[in-house]
Design a protein around this ligand. Structure first.
Ligand code: 26W
Length: 821
């Protein structure tokens, strides 16, 4: 069932046990008799790590020797989750570990769950980066990820009295998956000033001097491919103070305290992941993070290129750099600076190299998420870069002026500099100008950026510069690892696990939808996954939920545009309806468990109010004896990748209900469908393509279309609107303090009734609850439901990040994979 040579693993369970014991007794200096689950995790991780390191080194040598074009994926976020299970499966030695650990008295699941998630990301964008790394390694692309080694990942969420409380996520206590490279260290400059000097030939040279230097230290994380020896590298930069003369003098002058505080200030740069998702706050430290990481990565990439002794014009033949959103846009400016100021290339020649090197992926159209940096801040922190930005803009505007003479409005619209007070640099415009391709992440989204936010740039560059690469997910983690029984059932029908590397092979299970035995096994697996989740809910919340109920799950960052408020209003409607029923009528109700999970940005007050309301509703509904199992409301604390691995396989229905035109793609929609859950969704992001693939009869779509959003918003503001009667009743209940003090939730209700209902909750409410009723109805016809489930999974082949990586490689990077034996 293996495509090619897989990595060298253990011969058998005995081989694993020997390595495990060696690590527990020597590396960890523990006795086997005093080995708890955490130590067992450490021993297992170290044993697998050894196997990975060998292939990792060989892969790097092979890629250096092959000397072909490499991809560099620059992302401020990599939401990796746990590494051990992934390593076991990719090396194909999980069975040896399970048996070995069993003999030593451990359950492999308990050992795996000791690992702390690597949670260096907020949500979709960070997890996409992690899925792409998995696929690039699996497909044998010579590819590196570059990011920041945050000391604190995304905060841990606790719910206290219904409120979100944030706890720092210090995750580096024991991390066997990273390797410090103290020899790969580079000084990164900040502040100072930019000067012009004339050399003996009268040529002007720019020199950036003064300011301060912070050291960037590389930490490397191996990324094993599935069923291949390829093990790529994720390089994360950590900041530390330069231990130069400066501190030394301070020490000698007895200024110990200030030397220490310099050190702390330097370390602050990589200390914490910014927890905002889709919101730009313009903080100086965030800009420092961005430059620190871009400059260190480019130094590394350029240094590697220079070893090949090629001409600079060949740089884009050796290097493709993909920008994950605008966060790394300074990399464009930094490369231009290196080429012009340090390598003495002419501006135009350098700029051609830059543009041919970079590609930019846009992940959002929300205006509040589009990054802008103030000119005074850039002037202060990166004076030379600001000059270069101005020059890039000047040459760009000259080009526009040539093409559209006299169109001053156009010039001011597309200028990289926004003429506001203070002036702002529009990073997305800079990213477009400095890249040869710009892509959106789902068809609708890619169309929207061309017709709205980047419309003028299509006019200037033509539409070929803009393209679509619809997102995907890695089937290794999101099917094989999260749902091993379903993966194994599928493999039993397809004659092996090849579908994990060619997901389109899933179409081979479609005909089994007619096979009653297959349907029974399919259902048994879903039930077992629901039982596992029910057990988890019992352990963590104390609430009992019945696995025979319909499990309805919405897990994602909490945001008004994702409309968790629509969901919870629907839940309240359902509750009020059941309360008004006769006992006879109640017998017909389809029992439902409404499950929520997700973090609110710490400063996003409305999102926190939504969490508060969900918990308020849960507290009332779950203890209402009259309701019993007919309705339960659960908020899962601290939603993260590992919890997604439990939740995703356990859904009957999941919710992807953003206001049309706001969710660029969504990727959890794909995860849920791939695991046999049906979805309720709006015509937004990748929901549209999922519908096209699996057919309209297998998805529950509702709500207004993107093309109508503007006029509906306009209508709200200028002609008002009449509230749907059911939504009105929901608001009455909230205002009567049925779920906690009305005052706490008034701003949320008022955002709809009094402040224009920007996210169109009222417009979509009636079609939402009608669709939920249709779902109840369908769920009672279990046989038909299971057929929908199987058929949908069979048609999900398109949504693998393997397909995604292939499209980037062919259409944007122009890189080829490297043959491994
Ligand atoms: C500057 C603050 C900031 C932080 C994060 C702005 C924007 C972001 C991200 C772009 C937000 C994000 O994660 N976007 C999501 O990207 C996913 C992967 O493409 C998509 O599936 C989601 O629809 C999109 O919301």
């Amino acid at each position: 069932t293996w495509r090619k040579y897989s990595a060298n693993g253990f011969e058998d369970k005995g081989g694993f046990e020997r390595e495990f014991i060696r690590h527990v007794e020597t590396t960890l200096a523990r006795s086997l008799y005093n080995c708890d689950e955490l130590a067992a995790y450490a021993g297992t991780a170290l044993a697998f790590r050894d196997k990975m390191i060998i292939e990792w080194n060989k892969t790097q040598q092979r890629q250096t020797f092959a000397d072909q074009k490499r991809v560099y994926y620059l992302s401020l976020e990599f939401l990796m989750g746990r590494a051990l299970d992934n390593a076991m499966l990719n090396i194909d030695k999980k069975d040896a570990a399970r048996d070995g650990l069993g003999e030593l008295g451990f359950r492999i699941e308990d050992v795996i769950s000791q690992e702390h998630d690597a949670a260096l990301g907020n949500g979709g964008l960070g997890r996409l980066a992690a899925c792409l790394l998995d696929s690039m390694a699996t497909l044998d692309y010579p590819a590196w990820g570059y990011g920041l080694r945050y000391r604190y990942g995304i905060f841990k969420q606790e719910i206290i009295d219904g409120y979100q409380v944030e706890i720092p996520d210090y995750w580096l206590d024991f991390n066997p998956w990273e390797f410090p490279r103290h020899d790969v260290t580079v000084g990164i400059q900040f502040y100072g000033h930019s000067e012009k000097h004339e050399d003996e030939n009268g040529k002007v040279k720019h020199v950036w001097s003064g300011g301060e230097i912070v050291q960037a230290v590389a930490y490397d994380v191996p990324i094993p491919g599935y069923g291949t020896k390829t093990t790529n590298n994720l390089r994360l930069w950590s900041s530390k103070a330069s231990s130069g003369e400066f501190d030394f003098q301070k020490f000698n002058a007895g200024d110990y305290e200030s030397a220490v505080s310099d050190q702390q200030r330097a370390e602050t740069i990589s200390a914490v992941l910014y927890p905002n998702d889709n919101l730009d706050r313009g903080k100086e430290l965030r800009l420092k993070q961005q430059y620190f990481w871009c400059a260190a990565s480019l130094w590394d990439i350029v240094r590697r290129f220079k070893k090949s002794k090629r001409a600079w014009s060949e740089f884009p033949d050796q290097v493709a750099i993909q920008l994950n959103d605008t966060h790394p846009t300074l990399a464009i400016v930094e490369l231009q600076r290196i080429l012009v100021d340090q390598e003495d290339l002419e501006w135009d020649e350098a700029w051609q190299i830059v543009v041919n090197t970079f590609g930019y992926t846009n992940h959002t159209v929300l205006p509040e998420a589009l990054e802008k940096w103030s000119v005074p801040l850039l002037q202060h922190l990166l004076p030379r870069h600001l000059e270069i930005i101005y020059d890039i803009n000047l040459f760009f505007l000259q080009h526009v002026e040539e093409k559209f003479p006299g169109d001053w409005e156009l010039l001011s619209r597309v200028s990289v500099i926004e003429e506001s007070q203070p002036k702002m640099v529009r990073m997305a415009y800079l990213a477009i100008i400095g890249s040869h391709k710009v892509n959106g992440v789902a068809e609708l989204h890619s169309d929207l950026i061309k017709t709205t936010i980047f419309k003028d740039f299509v006019k200037i560059y033509g539409s070929d510069k803009f393209t679509n690469v619809t997102n995907g997910i890695t089937p290794r983690r999101w099917l094989h690892q999260a749902n091993p029984r379903l993966s194994s059932l599928i493999a039993s029908k397809l004659g092996g696990y090849n579908f994990l590397i060619d997901l389109t092979l899933l179409d081979g299970i479609e005909s089994y939808a007619n096979d009653p035995d297959f349907r029974r096994e399919w259902t048994e697996i879903k039930t077992a996954n629901k039982e596992r989740l029910a057990k988890y809910i019992k352990e963590t919340t104390g609430y009992s939920v019945s696995p025979t109920s319909l499990f309805d799950i919405q897990v994602k960052r909490i945001h008004e545009y994702k409309r968790q408020q629509l969901n919870i209003f629907g839940v309240i409607h359902r509750y009020l309806k059941i309360k008004s029923m006769t006992p006879q009528e109640r017998k017909k109700v389809v029992p439902r468990v409404s499950i929520f999970g997700g973090k609110a940005a710490p400063g996003y007050w409305m999102a926190k109010t939504i969490i508060h309301l969900i918990n308020g509703v849960a507290a009332v509904v779950n203890k209402d004896a009259e309701i019993g199992d007919l309705l339960k409301v659960i908020f899962i604390e601290d939603y993260n990748v590992s919890k997604a691995e439990i939740l995703v396989p356990a859904s009957d229905i999941s919710e992807h209900i953003s206001t049309a035109g706001t969710e660029a793609s969504g990727t959890s929609n794909m995860k849920f469908v791939l695991n046999g859950g049906l979805i309720i969704g709006t015509c937004d992001g990748a929901n549209i393509e999922i519908t096209r693939e699996i057919s309209e009869s297998n998805i529950f779509l509702f709500g207004n279309l993107a093309e109508d959003v503007d006029s509906l918003r306009h209508k709200h503001l200028y002609s008002g609107f009449t509230l749907d009667e059911h939504l009105h009743k929901v608001f009455e209940a909230i205002r009567a303090s049925a779920f906690g003090p009305a005052s706490a939730f008034e701003p949320l209700v008022a955002s709809i009734t009094d402040h224009g209902d920007y996210y169109l909750v009222s417009d979509d409410f009636s079609s939402y609850i009608q669709t939920q009723e249709a779902i109840d109805e369908e769920f009672t016809k279990q046989d038909e439901w299971v057929v929908k489930s199987i058929t949908s999974v069979a048609r999900m082949g398109f949504f693998s990040t393997d397909r995604v990586v292939g499209e980037y490689a062919d259409e944007i990077w122009n890189v080829e994979s490297l043959d491994v034996e």
